[in-house]
Design a protein. Structure first.
Length: 259
């Protein structure tokens, strides 16, 4: 049965949900745009938000334990916390910014839930992330939903995925945000852009696709892809700390040529 989520009321590049107002801005002004609780700046389009609602509402499991890599202005964190009402919600970022999430965390505490945001943490410092999660949960760190909206760098994203995907419960979802940036128009196609000569984040998604078919769905059961997000579903296989998605599938002795 589909999950029941709070109602969303859409405006002009804004939406409201459960008393919060989300200002949609994914341009160069987003980082410095002023917003004060109960307002949040969210770098997601309506299509992106509605895709998340569709996917999460139809999932086979609940989302009691959530991890986010990347906080930015806090809008996505506020959106997922309000939408899912997780028991434990950890969000990390390397850079500290004004977000308004402190007030939301207090609201969560009043409801018997935990929301913790921590800055100064690299997304691929998976040992530190797991330690923070275990301090928050007071149990071994396992998650139902992990959202990577951090560096969008291939090698960093790959290390994060390899270290954290084994911590996802069977049926849980690992999301790559903006996975296809290297295939969009604009500055990403210009040789003078700083990201032009780096491997594309999409290579991580290609590894996941090959892992899915190469292991008959036992490690990755399926992948749903939209132009912005890739939703990777955890299969039932037991995985250890040695997991590496790039070497998890047979390829006739060949290697994936990185885009």
């Amino acid at each position: 049965m589909p999950k029941l989520f709070p109602r969303i009321t859409w405006g002009d590049n804004t939406f409201e949900m459960d008393g919060l107002t989300f200002i949609q801005d994914w341009g160069g002004t987003a980082e410095n745009r002023e917003a004060c609780f109960p307002q949040f700046v969210i770098m997601k389009s309506r299509d992106n938000v509605e895709d998340y609602i569709r996917v999460l509402a139809s999932a086979t499991r609940g989302f009691e334990d959530v991890l986010e890599l990347g906080v930015m202005r806090g809008g996505s964190c506020a959106f997922f916390n309000t939408l899912l009402r997780p028991r434990n919600h950890l969000a990390i970022d390397l850079v500290a910014r004004q977000t308004g999430l402190e007030a939301l965390a207090e609201n969560a505490r009043e409801q018997g839930r935990k929301l913790l945001t921590v800055s100064g943490v690299y997304q691929d410092d998976t040992e530190r992330i797991i330690q923070l999660a275990e301090e928050l949960m007071a149990t071994p760190a396992m998650f139902d939903l992990i959202i990577d909206d951090a560096s969008h760098d291939y090698e960093t994203t790959l290390r994060s995925f390899n270290g954290l995907f084994p911590r996802l419960r069977s049926g849980g979802i690992y999301v790559f945000e903006d996975w296809g940036w290297a295939h969009w128009g604009g500055v990403w196609q210009q040789p003078d852009d700083g990201s032009f000569h780096r491997p594309a984040m999409s290579n991580t998604v290609l590894h996941a696709v090959l892992c899915c078919t190469g292991n008959a769905g036992t490690i990755i059961s399926r992948i749903d892809v939209t132009p912005v997000s890739a939703y990777v579903y955890r299969g039932p296989a037991q995985l250890g700390s040695e997991f590496a998605v790039e070497s998890s599938y047979l390829a006739r002795g060949k290697r994936l040529v990185l885009l």
